[in-house]
Design a protein around this ligand. Structure first.
Ligand code: AMP
Ligand code: MN
Ligand code: MN
Ligand code: MN
Length: 284
């Protein structure tokens, strides 16, 4: 059985390792098939692919697109995409373009709550300033001593209803899927379990409506094994994949040493009822 990791982040979005460092780590941890899936940006793919080739590792071009569906933020992973496909390139550019203003608003809100200088501080952590996001804010707020770790920053400041949370309009679900599919990729609904916890989370009925719409729009797979799912959720989402005739994907969602739910590679097997998403790839 090959070791697949089809979801991770580099400094091109909100990971802490460069694409080269990330692929080195994946190789050291036995990953044989890797997809780099930075948020809303594909700039790390060439570098990662070149390093993967040195290790004889199969490399899949990926991306994780931020989407607003109803009142929810969703993440759609594209696997096997062509980063030069103009609608995808332009679409990602438009998704990224709102991040600067959102970051300024977040910093203003935090300043009103008594925490100043956060935009400058967060930018120090952003390898790619056009991709400034909540994880960079969180790293700065930990460094500045406002919270002990990333998780508590999110809970205290960066989620719905908290002082540093700013609602944002991302891509539509239809656009994200059509950019991915139009470029030759497979559209995967990432970490579904995360949409079902916290304030404003979706219930089972809404999840079913989302899955039906995702399939209708051309979505092809569901992330069943991911760093933030429990073993019970692997089974739960394997059943949803089966029910909606979706393939199943697996990835660590690694962001950096010491700060992610899971390190890269060595992921648990997909439940047996799953149809693995990689059956549709041609690996070489
Ligand atoms: P953004 O796209 O800027 O809204 O940032 C979303 C990113 O924040 C996710 O991809 C994660 O990297 C990170 N994130 C979200 N929620 C949490 C959390 N509870 N703990 C740690 N990181 C989180
Ligand atoms: Mn992230
Ligand atoms: Mn995500
Ligand atoms: Mn991710």
């Amino acid at each position: 059985m090959l070791d697949y990791d089809l979801h991770c982040h580099s400094t091109v979005s909100d990971g802490t390792l460069t694409p080269t460092e990330l692929v080195n780590r994946a190789a050291a941890r036995g990953v044989k098939v890797l997809a780099l899936t930075d948020h809303d940006d594909t700039d790390g793919l060439d570098e990662a692919r070149a390093v993967a080739a040195r290790f004889g590792m199969a490399f899949i071009n990926g991306v994780e697109i931020s989407v607003t569906w109803r009142k929810h933020t969703l993440h759609i992973v594209g696997l096997g995409i062509d980063p030069d496909y103009p609608p995808l390139k332009e679409g990602l550019q438009s998704v990224r373009s709102g991040r600067g203003e959102r970051a300024r608003k977040m910093a203003d809100e935090l300043a009103k709550a008594g925490i100043g200088g956060v935009l400058q501080g967060a930018l120090k952590f952003a390898g790619n300033p056009t991709m400034i996001g909540r994880a960079h804010f969180a790293r700065y707020l930990v460094e500045a001593g406002h919270c002990k770790d990333m998780k508590s920053v999110f809970n205290r400041y960066l989620v719905t209803g908290k002082p540093g949370y700013v609602a944002h309009q991302w891509a539509t679900l239809a656009d994200a899927i059509s950019w991915i599919r139009g470029s030759g990729g497979v559209a995967v609904l990432a970490h579904p379990g995360r949409y079902m916890v916290g304030k404003n989370s979706m219930g089972k009925k809404t999840l079913q409506e989302l899955l039906a719409e995702f399939v209708h729009l051309g979505g092809q797979a569901l992330e069943v094994v991911t760093g933030s799912h429990t073993p019970e959720q692997y089974v739960e989402f394997a059943r949803y994949a089966d029910q909606f005739n979706l393939a199943a994907s697996c990835g660590s969602d690694f962001h950096g040493p010491g700060e992610s739910y899971r390190d890269m590679g060595h992921l648990p097997d997909l439940p047996l009822i799953c149809r693995p998403v990689w059956q549709s790839f041609s690996l070489h």
